[in-house]
Write a protein that binds this ligand. Structure first.
Ligand SMILES: Cc1ncc(COP(=O)(O)O)c(C=O)c1O
Length: 380
């Protein structure tokens, strides 16, 4: 079924087509000058020392765990209200995730108080996810990290160019990770970026990204090297120049896209304020944010059944919705850890993600909100 109003619309135009055809015509399509151009643009726009393009954010998060030297026996604090990749990366390096609750229904990011209570002698790192592009409480989290000597990995997939006290998300902890999956603010199909201000980490990330090799194919093809050594056990986590050329266009378009999303959120907030039985997370946020998604949470329900019926109602009216997220600690591979996270579970059972993209019109927002209002009136 084709939705009248989808959850997300790709912001692609002729520029993306020209960029891709230009790269194909250049006859260099794997990691090369376009990846370097995208990395340089990230360095400038995010005000960070190093940016290393990656095949996707899952690999960037895996890489971040390697850079933080996480190993079997180590514990890593993380949220459960996130996409599974933010937690799976901990298991890739043999470490153990320790799930923390979110702060509240209004602030659906990791709770620094719960986080500090869960620190043990084995704790080595914290993975922070900035939900919907809204910043987690980074001052508190960084204070805790310094006090207990923990590394901080920011999963900033939802928040490119979002800010916290004037700093870009992804630049506050030790490593920041971004995704360019189709439905993200920067879309290249698949793709990702790892950013850091730490020179040693950046050097290591470049080696490990490409099998631990000392030179890259592009350097050899352009006559800058004739051979290579393998100095560490690495991976193939490389982005290619076709996708990177899309990324350059998308990143250049991002500031304008985010300005429009701010207006979309404002239009939503104005209309949603008339609905008594919902809570809008981060409603009082004043930071510049990416508005990756538009989450709302139903009030006072004990199970997910009403939420599911409301979603069905919206779908029947041609409005696509989603849930961010089914909580990771409830998945079969993590339920042995027996985490109890009441606020996360409440939000996971009652959250509905409404459509969000730069070209969403005021009329469409009015239709979405009035349909939601009808649904909430009719479904008890
Ligand atoms: C919060 C979060 N972390 C990690 C990922 C993984 O990103 P990728 O699909 O680029 O591997 C996603 C993507 O959906 C995400 O939303």
């Amino acid at each position: 079924m084709e939705y009248k109003i989808p959850l997300f619309k790709l912001n692609f135009g002729e520029e993306e087509i020209e960029a891709v055809t230009g790269t194909i015509r250049s006859k260099w399509i794997s990691t090369g000058p376009k990846c370097e151009e995208l990395e340089q643009l990230f360095v400038e726009m995010f005000d960070v020392n190093y940016a290393i393009s990656m095949s996707n954010c899952t690999d960037a998060l895996h890489m971040a765990c390697l850079l933080c030297d996480l190993k079997p026996g180590d514990e890593v604090l993380c949220p459960s209200l996130t996409f599974a990749a933010s937690v799976n990366c901990i298991k890739y390096v043999g470490a153990t995730p320790v799930f923390c609750d979110i702060e509240s229904v209004d602030h659906i990011n990791i709770d620094p108080v719960d986080l500090e209570q869960k620190i043990t002698s084995k704790t080595k790192a914290i993975i922070v996810v900035h939900m919907a592009g809204f910043p987690a409480k980074m001052d508190d989290i960084m204070d805790i990290a310094r006090k207990y000597n923990l590394k901080v990995i920011e999963d900033a997939c939802h928040g490119p160019l979002s800010e916290y006290n004037g700093k870009k998300l992804g630049t506050i902890g030790d490593v920041g990770c971004f995704s360019f999956f189709s439905n993200k603010n920067i879309s290249t199909g698949e793709g990702g970026m790892l950013i850091t201000n730490n020179e040693d980490m950046a050097k290591k990330a470049r080696f490990l990204r490409s099998h631990g090799m000392t030179t890259m194919s592009y350097q050899r093809a352009s006559g800058h090297a004739t051979t290579y050594d393998i100095v560490e056990l690495g991976y193939n986590f490389r982005l290619d120049d076709i996708r990177a050329s899309l990324g350059v266009v998308q990143l250049n378009k991002l500031p304008n896209d985010l300005e429009k999303r701010i207006m979309v959120r404002e239009a939503y907030l104005k209309r949603l304020s008339e609905l008594e039985n919902i809570i809008i997370p981060f409603v009082s946020n004043t930071e510049f944010v990416s508005n990756y998604i538009m989450p709302v949470v139903l009030k006072k329900n004990t199970s997910s059944s009403k939420r599911n019926e409301v979603r069905e109602y919206l779908h029947s009216a041609g409005i696509q919705t989603s849930v961010h997220y089914p909580p990771v600690h409830k998945f079969s591979i993590y339920c042995d850890l027996k985490a109890s996270l009441p606020v996360t579970e409440y939000v996971a059972d009652n959250e509905i993600t409404l459509p969000m993209y730069a070209s969403l019109s005021v009329e469409e927002i009015e239709f979405i909100v009035s349909t939601l209002k009808q649904a909430l009136n009719e479904i008890q």
